[in-house]
Design a protein around this ligand. Sequence first.
Ligand SMILES: C[S@@+](CC[C@H](N)C(=O)[O-])C[C@H]1O[C@@H](n2cnc3c(N)ncnc32)[C@H](O)[C@@H]1O
Length: 356
Amino acid sequence: MAVPGKAAAFRLPPLPTIREIIKLFRLRAQKQLSQNFLLDLQLTDKIVRQAGELTNAHVCEVGPGPGGITRSILNTDVAQLLLVEKDARFIPGLQMLSEAAPGKVRIVHGDILTYKMEKAFPKYLKKKWEDEPPNIHIVGNLPFSVSTPLIIKWLENVSNRDGPFFYGRTQMTLTFQKEVGERLTAKTGGKQRSRLSIMAQHLCSVENCFVIPGQAFVPQPEVDVAVVHFTPLVQPKIQQPFKLVEKVVQSAFQFRRKYCCRGIGILFPESERLKKTEQLMMEADVDPTLRPFQLSMSHFSNLCNVYRKMCDEDPNLFTYNYREELRQKKRLPKNTSHSEEIEEEEEEDEDKKNQL
Ligand SMILES: C[S@@+](CC[C@H](N)C(=O)[O-])C[C@H]1O[C@@H](n2cnc3c(N)ncnc32)[C@H](O)[C@@H]1O
């Protein structure tokens, strides 16, 4: 029964199914682009529910493809939906959806990695950082090869309050490979604790909402998929610039199985490594025999603060690049005194490849 005085919520009119759209527009998934589609609208509704209340919201969907998630978003009665899709083949199908929701949909044929998000929404939606998040949401099921670099870019945007965060603490609901979802939310001491855990959790409240089994996608990927929700924090847990935090965290996790002082040491040139590492660990009050995954957020905060102080005292320190020093050494013949260390680094590098 309609509630008197209340406008009926928007519902999409009957449309061809996603399967029919795929057939109609010959949207064969391109394996090299890691395209896997969701055809089950109950599942796309469930993903969209994780974004929170979307009635009257401004939403950006990244990588809409044949439009399953798009339909679920439109059925929540959003004010505006911006679609950013890289593959031109999907645009006619998305236009059909746009016609079914007149005035609500804007389609951009473009790459989300370069799209200027600070201009994507009306300026009046902007909220102060300390206020409640703006009524703007980002939702997307992107290929994994895009979602991981994209979240790193967007975390830097959170830190700088630009990009999608020009409007305030814009919330995001995105999919990742299940293991990446576990890294994003891993707690101190957890097996999956990694660079990504610290970078995400120091800037956002991160929630691993649920896992979608690979079988739910067409074609089926080899892995399961995690739906992860991010809300930027009012106060980052580490109050230092993104690049500095990234450098400290990346160094700490360089040697996952060793004491954390081993990785932290590579922040310093070899000639003063021992002395400066000891100073940093002591002033930051961090036990050097902890393993990287055992370091808490406040350990990382202390390490970043003391390292910042050391960089202020020695302006060349921040530009010191351990990898560069190593590359120089690698040009030396193998039987020099350094070769053993280099082999150890290579072994660790292999270990690191899977541990972003
Ligand atoms: C895994 S498919 C998912 C499609 C749809 N969201 C779904 O759940 O069925 C990823 C989609 O993202 C698009 N895509 C890939 N890279 C992109 C990028 N850099 N910018 C925008 N869209 C992208 C692909 O063309 C594809 O439509």
